[in-house]
Design a protein around this ligand. Sequence first.
Ligand SMILES: O=P(O)(O)OC[C@H]1O[C@](O)(CO)[C@@H](O)[C@@H]1O
Length: 545
Amino acid sequence: MTLLTQSSTWQALSAHSKNVPHMRELFATDAARFNKMSLSACGLLLDYSKNRATAETLDLLFALASNSQLEAKIKAMFAGEIINTTEKRAVLHTALRSTAEQSIIAEGQDIVPEVQQTLNKMQGFVSSVTSGQWKGYTGKAITDIVSIGIGGSFLGPKIVSQALRPYWNPELKCHFVANVDGTSISEKLKLLDPETTLFIMSSKSFGTQETLTNTLTAREWFLAKGGLQSDVAKHFVAVTSNVAKATDFGIDSDNIFPMWDWVGGRYSLWSAIGLPIALLIGMDNFRALLSGAHQMDEHFANAPLTENMPVIMGLLSLWYGNFFNAQSHVVLTYDHYLRGLPAYFQQLDMESNGKSVTLNGTDVDYSTGPVIWGGEGTNGQHAYHQLLHQGTALIPADFIMPLQSHNPIGEHHDQLASNCFGQTQALMQGRTFDEALAELANSALPAAKKQLIAKHKVMPGNKPSNTLLMDKLTPSTLGALIALYEHRTFVQGAIWDINSFDQWGVELGKDLGNDVLARIGAGQDCDALDASSNALINLYRQGKI
Ligand SMILES: O=P(O)(O)OC[C@H]1O[C@](O)(CO)[C@@H](O)[C@@H]1O
């Protein structure tokens, strides 16, 4: 057993998990439950009262956090200590949204001036492009941006841009290319005019196959359509922490926006990786996004654990994963603009906490990162909510909804809100057999049939959910919301004593993929490979099954 599961707090939580009353009872016996189990911070309100938790549960969870030195680990991150121990790096995405007055030391150097300098470089670039001052090779203004990147160099820019659609500059369109499937870039290039298109190649490592291949294809398209090699600098810029590789690739050094190894890809939208966002919503709104996140950083760093939103959300999710065997967590966004958020949180949380060894290399004997999934409400209600309500899997849920809509037409928003609140209520209270039978009282069904149907209509309830509200979806509230989830992920990784900031597990598949590519390219046989891979590659070569 690891130290964590041997700990008296863990043992106490395990025992306690068998004695938590049904939420119906918890609400029936405590009219002040919402007031006690909700808090506001940074323009967000978290209602966590619809959880399988009593005051004793929370006390035990906060004790677990303290006994895991969570407060010290939070301080170590903000202080720029090398907490990404396997890559020997600090973790300072919070510095990207620091104020210019702050001083943050990483590896002996104050990094704030360089962060500010890059923001100013972004400012200059954004105003040059959006004002039409930046001209293409035929002297026309840029109308279309193509952001080429994958993982953290794609999900953040794409999903935040989508979420802040109401703030877009109507003169500019942005297209995102991630997948190496040629169809993805082909479908985009069909829409574009090389004279008015600007490509942003985003890759922290500048070594990612998909992004390099897509950028090469984009450059070939540009040259084939009449652009000259000497014109490339007017249509290609890059964001990377590997400036040397970008220069070798042919990106003009003036067109390279730096990022740093103390920023993880999945935490990088706040850096120049966010350039597509800034081009669409303007630098003032981009700075508002940063400031919303900064407020959440201040809250996370300074609020006591018991009033700390990321800590409470992190602990409750851990409670279900480690003591109720919940294997997944669903994020339900009751706002069409936020429909991409679950996919963003998938990389954030699953690439961070999908780990099985502790910092010192000990195999864990407890569950770590759950599967994160989700979608937009109310669509999910007509798809997978059936399983949330009556399935055997326990799936804690987060409901996210702005109180005011950017498109307040007719009764739409009232209906959206009522569905959001109705769903959390139904998950919490469920429907008993007697209630189901009572509903069938007036039906003409024979008694035995009523009994049977009633059995099928029973909903156990006691299904946990958090509700996150904001007045309106703005750059600031979105910044705070995403930072909230970043820190929620941190809290869990800290208590599980795993490294949330490396991702060694993504390498083997890439390496074996490169080996297959080399074999395909060289027409080399694959007899040495396992029978399945050998057969699949040969079928690929034949081009038909
Ligand atoms: O920005 P890069 O270096 O191209 O990496 C893209 C993505 O690939 C990963 O390294 C996973 O393969 C992610 O962590 C990262 O966000």
